[in-house]
Each structure stands twice: as C-alpha cells, then as structure tokens.
Design a protein around this ligand. Structure first.
Ligand code: ZN
Length: 359
C-alpha cells in the first residue's frame, strides 16, 4: 500500500474541484489516506502538508500508525483548535466532505471563519476520496480475499450445523462467534438470518423464530480483516422445498450467474443492474427485486461503485463489488444470493467460493 501514491492522486484532483486543500472527516477516508484507524480525528491535506488532527487519547497511536503525517493535537472545542490548525497555511478554498460533515459542524466552521474575517472559504466536495478507494490496490484485494475466506468458511460451517428447530438468533450468534474465532475483527454489519416469511424482508433482524422444514433461510454475513470487509449471502432450505422455492431460487441464481458472466470493463453500474433485472422480470418477479444489484466493498461494507438503477459508475479494473440479486415475496419469503467479485482482465472474477445450491 502506498500512501504517497494515494495522496498524490488526491492532490491531482484538487484543481478540478477548485480547492487548494481538503478537510477529511469521513473515518474510512481518513484511514485510507493516513493509516490511522482511531475512532476520532481529521485530516487536513494541502499540496505540501498532510496533517492528522486528533486528541490526547490517540496521539501515540497516531504517531505509530501515521508516521508520515504531521500530528496536530486537538485541545478543547473546534472553535479553539480549528483556527490554529489552518493558521499560516495560507489557504483560500478548503474542500470539506459534504456527504459526511454534519450541518452543525459546517455551521460552526462557517461561524469561526466569519468571526475571524478569514479569507478561507469552505467548498463542498463529494466523492473525491471515494473515487480513489473504489479502485483497489493488490494489497487491498488480498485483505478483502482474507475477509471473504472467513465468511466463506462461516457459511460452510453453518450449513453443516444448521437444523430444523434452531432459532434465527441462535444461528446468527453461531456465525458471529465463528467469524470472530477465525480472525475477523469486529463484524462490519449485523449477521442476517431470516427464515420463512421473515426472509421476505431483505434486512430483517434475526428473531427467535424457529427454522421450519421446506422454507427459505437467507443468511447474509460479513467479516473484517485488516480493516477490509466481505459480504456474502446464501439461501438454503432444510427439508423439501416447495414449488415456489424452486422457481424463485432458480431465477435468482440464473440472474446472478448471468450478471457475473456478462460484466465487462467499461459497463456502467446501471447497465449491468438493468440486464440482470430483465432475467428476473422475464420470470414474472420484476416487482419483487426491490434493491440494487450490488455495491462496492472495501474499508466500508458499502462504498462506490453502485450497481443499481441509473448508476453511471463505470466498472473498471481493480474494482471489488458484490453481485446480489434477490426476490422477496411478502408472506412467503425471499431468496438472495451474493458473491464478492473483482474486476480483472476486463471481466468479473468471483472471490467468494462457498457453494450454492444448484451449482
Ligand atoms: Zn451486500
């Protein structure tokens, strides 16, 4: 991983955004550009300086994790420290992360600058660091692969031990224990285990409902390794599935395999979403696929690119994202199949490997 390269690419984007520095408040962006993974702090990046501002609790950690940054110790309220942070840097146009900074913080910063009759203007910027993060370096792909291996193993483990009568909550806890024991850091999102009618809710919380024979069980699990996430879903059925299960499952599987096979470098996230949606529509379930086809994954479990209706995000080499079509029928249940893929040699290569029913 080369922080220097990342910072260089970021600075190359300043001119287009008409800024001469950027104030980073988004935690994953801060980590990506500095190596510092503490839970509090900001980065100020100018053409010459990379300053990491954090408070007493994190100073030693910051020195170790971000040796190339100048460390600025935050003392007191932002009204006190922000003017000191920007003093003598001679900045005119400071970009801030519009999608992340709170309205309250923006107002505070504006008040500070107005009161000081500062020349410094705050310029909203969106997606500058995220667009760099969307294209993974080989080292990042390795970390994601490790996280995927843990979630693959968890799915395999649970498919062997799951039984009729176990509750969704019990299964979710078994999965969470397993992935932590296998080396996952804190889980990137709550494990989803939904059964029968509950599985018609794509992101329902595991309940105390006991798994019954013949119904769909959707399991969606992520692990985290070296800060990087995985995200994997499988749908299984204990006992004998009904006719609906066969039809719905086969449609989702066909949609997913189609998407993985036809993705090509340069396609937009909207195009591939649309082509996949056609498979589901032709089977008569168009209204039942109510979410996007997929999303980028990295330091955050959801990040660019977006593979969904109208997305203009171009799929290019080094991008890592999920492919997760689903069909959800109220009262019956749902099916979702999700893999993590990386764009390589112009095509999508699956990183996740755990088996799917019917493949
Ligand atoms: Zn996902």
């Amino acid at each position: 991983m080369s922080l220097k390269n990342r910072l260089q690419k970021l600075r190359q984007g300043f001119a287009e955004k008409e800024i001469d520095a950027i104030f980073i408040s988004q935690p994953e962006n801060r980590r990506y550009l500095s190596g510092f993974d503490g839970s509090s702090g900001y980065l100020l990046i100018t053409p010459q300086n990379t300053i990491l501002a954090t408070d007493f609790r994190y100073i030693e950690q910051a020195k170790i994790q971000a040796p190339d940054c100048e460390i600025f110790q935050i003392i007191g309220d932002i009204v006190d420290w922000f003017p000191k942070l920007v003093a003598e840097l001679n900045l005119r146009k400071l970009g801030f992360e519009a999608g992340h900074i709170t309205f309250a913080l923006h107002r505070q910063l504006s008040d500070i600058l107005n009161k000081a009759q500062s020349q410094l203007r705050l310029i909203p910027v969106d997606g500058l660091v995220e667009s760099l993060r969307a294209i993974k370096e080989p080292e990042e792909i390795e970390l994601i692969t490790k996280a995927v291996e843990i979630s693959d193993a968890a799915l395999e483990y649970i498919e062997n031990m799951i039984d009729i009568g176990m509750s969704e909550k019990e299964i979710a806890w078994e999965i969470e224990k397993f992935i932590r024991e296998k080396g996952s850091e804190t889980i990137p999102f709550d494990v989803i285990v939904t059964s029968g009618p509950n599985s018609a809710l794509p992101h329902a919380k595991p309940s105390s409902r006991a798994i019954q024979s013949g119904e769909p069980v959707v399991i969606d699990v992520g692990a985290r390794f070296g800060g990087y996430s995985s995200d994997l879903s499988r749908t299984i059925c204990l006992g004998t599935p009904d006719d609906t299960f066969h039809k719905v499952y086969d449609t989702v599987l066909e949609a997913q395999l189609t998407a993985m096979a036809i993705i090509k470098e340069g396609m937009s996230g909207g195009q591939i979403d649309n082509l996949t949606r056609i498979v589901i529509e032709q089977a008569g379930y168009g209204q039942a696929f109510g979410h996007a086809l997929g999303h980028g994954i990295g330091l955050a479990p959801h990040e660019p690119p977006r593979l969904g209706p109208n997305s203009v995000d171009k799929l290019t080499s080094g991008m890592v994202f999920t492919i997760e079509p689903g069909i959800y029928l109220a009262g019956w249940g749902g099916v979702r199949i999700e893999d993590v893929v990386v764009m390589e040699g112009g095509k999508a290569r699956a990183i996740s490997k755990v088996k799917k029913i019917g493949v």
